[in-house]
Design a protein around this ligand. Sequence first.
Ligand code: 5GP
Length: 177
Amino acid sequence: MHRVLGSVLISSEQIQRRNAELGRQISADYAGGAVTIVAILKGSFLFLADMIRQISPEIPVEVDFMAVSSYGNGTTSTGTVRIEKDLEVTVAGRDIIVVEDIVDTGLTLYQVDRILAGRGARTIRVATLLEKPGNSKYERKIDYVGFQIPNAFVVGYGLDYAQRYRNLPDIRVLDEI
Ligand code: 5GP
């Protein structure tokens, strides 16, 4: 089996338009408050960078990173999550937005949620660039969804296949041939 880049599913223009909408929504929701963003590495880094620049400068925004692994170099979930890099910011008492690249089975999110709740986060919301609807095994509201996509393996705009394709400006399907 061989994997090759397929068609563009979501263009960079569509992504930037949606980032602006999400930024406005977050700015409205957190007006008068502050927010601590917990970005899940590595796939979320471009979404994070573009989306947080759309949040109102009036709102104090903290950013930190967590790396967890559940996929290895393959394209199917192994069902476990390991913390590879932990946060440096204080979680207790904070209003958190977890920023994800994609929610598929929801396992990563479920584990991160548990960790942050265990550390005493005041509120935890979730922003994800992509969601594969119907795949999640967990009942978890996702507060900010960039795009719902069909059940295909996608790359680009931060998302990789075996560490490749993160630099693509748009989201593409990875085809099997
Ligand atoms: P979950 O734990 O929700 O099953 O999967 C979340 C993680 O799996 C994502 O953060 C991402 O790293 C990886 N993942 C799931 N679906 C895809 C996909 O279509 N493309 C890529 N590149 N990664 C995916």
